[in-house]
Design a protein around this ligand. Sequence first.
Ligand SMILES: O=P(O)(O)OC[C@@H](O)[C@@H](O)c1c[nH]c2ccccc12
Length: 262
Amino acid sequence: MDILSQIVADTVETIKKRKQTLSLNDLQARAGASSHPHHSLKAKVAADPKPHIIAEFKRKSPSRPNINMNADPVAVAQTYEAGGASAMSVLTEPDYFAGAPEDLQAVRRAVAMPLLRKDFVVDPYQLFEAKAWGADLVLLIARILEPAQLAELNAAAQELGLETLCEVHNREELAVVGTTPVDFLGVNCRDLKKFSTNLDQLIDIVDDLPDHAVWVAESGIGGREDVARLEAVGYRAFLVGEHLMRNTDPGAEIGNLRGNPA
Ligand SMILES: O=P(O)(O)OC[C@@H](O)[C@@H](O)c1c[nH]c2ccccc12
């Protein structure tokens, strides 16, 4: 079994347990009563032609056992927001990324930028969780979903007022997306078998990316030159994790990535 299948299998178990603690009905009531205003990344991108940084909070990952285990999500969020991040991605997956629902909830109380729930969504229950915890966007990974399931989750998320970031790794996975009206189309250049990243793949695939979505470049972005290269072929937003989590001044680095004068 590859790592992604393992993560999905464990996620299914986690959801089972959560449903026993909080039924779908009660969760739906909570999501409906959620008083967080919606913060739109789509609106921000439409209003500003500069590159948009989606700055990620990630303590660790399957390939990196310690990126920044002791980081405080709220402090990091405030630094990201002050530095000009357009949105923040918060990992909520507990076992492989040391994420937690509480991280997202705490960040929501502290900042006003759009927040992405970064997790392995396979069940509508997780969309209601995202809403209840204060997220504005959810990630939908094409590789772990059937086309019909992706279309359903996408529609359900948008119905809840969540914007959707659908992630693909290659051309084959674009077939899963088809004409599903996802808000953002992310291309993840990390190979989940070898864990290596290759930005050239992000450039190779652009001819086949659908026009109806905003394109997001994901993973392995390590500096302004990377953003500039990817911007030139049509990417409007950039999901950056490790590079910012290891930086001593992530706020300043976000400005640098966006091409602001130093
Ligand atoms: O830390 P990086 O190389 O900047 O990558 C960020 C982000 O793209 C990566 O964390 C990611 C992309 N897709 C995912 C799906 C699940 C978990 C994590 C991810």
